[in-house]
Design a protein around this ligand. Sequence first.
Ligand code: ALL
Length: 341
Amino acid sequence: MSRNDVTAWSRLGMPAFRRVQLGILVLALGLFASGCSPEDAREGAPAKPTIALVMKSLANEFFVTMADAAEAHQGGNEGRYDLIVNGIKNESDLAAQVALVEQMMGLGVDAIVIAPADSKALVPVLARARAAGIQVVNIDNRLDAEVLAEYNLAIPFIGPDNRKGARDVAEFVLGGLAPGANVVILEGVTSAHNAIERRRGFEDAIAATGANLLTKQSAAWDQTKAAEVTAAILVAHPETQVILAANDNMALGAASAVAFAGLEHDVAVVGFDNISAVHPLLEDGRIAATVEQYGDQFAVNGIELALDMIAGQAELSDRETPIVVVTAADLPPQEPAATTQ
Ligand code: ALL
């Protein structure tokens, strides 16, 4: 069995998490059956490099879309590289993501393209990967500059200006309300740089529009947690008018808590990601706006950069990707319902 088997398994159309696990298992069994250690496999590997995409929660549509884009890219570039797609189950399970990177090192991959769950905790293991000669590209959530400097590491980053995206979407909603509007912020995992940047962007918009911040709390990027946290906030602060959620999963959770609370006034909810699950809620107003950050392109750009780095042709500079506020007006017109004669 070769590394190609991993890629073949990864395109069977199973849920991403399972196919990833199977892919790793198939590769591991292949190595075992042929009596090779991962190092031996690396020596006898095909000239094609193997790239590992290491993401966060595959329960989040954002990362499933990212995985699909990476697999589609590899499908169109089969002669150039092999791909292993990985993710963790739980948004805040940092230890699981560290273990995944170690697993990828053990498999002897040539490059790791990673969306780190935490901006500091992943740096030591990535330093070990670099020391083992593996190229590393950071996508989506930026690694902490100070910790990178401590490890004397230069890792290029591909991702958006999260602070600006958050500010833009918050100003879109707050701009339509009188100054003094009562606002709640739902933060992501607070040790993630993009969560911090989005919180700052929301605070920028609150300051710029003269809104009133009632409370900011983390729901760790998670829909269920966001529903629980929001339900408690709405009991403590029934005067809430706007909920600024740092991702769409939390916006979905917040919207369900708002519906359940049955307040007598409207509560505007915003998110970030533009996953398809929020589109029906944008259409009917339960979510006012989100931010498209083209997450599918992070992985593809990261893979291309990794290939250049493996070939020794890349400049290690960061690449900023676009962001745009999305509202119901930006969605494609709905298909008319099918009629039966
Ligand atoms: C961030 C992404 C997304 C996502 C979140 C959840 O890094 O940019 O906004 O929803 O991770 O893990």
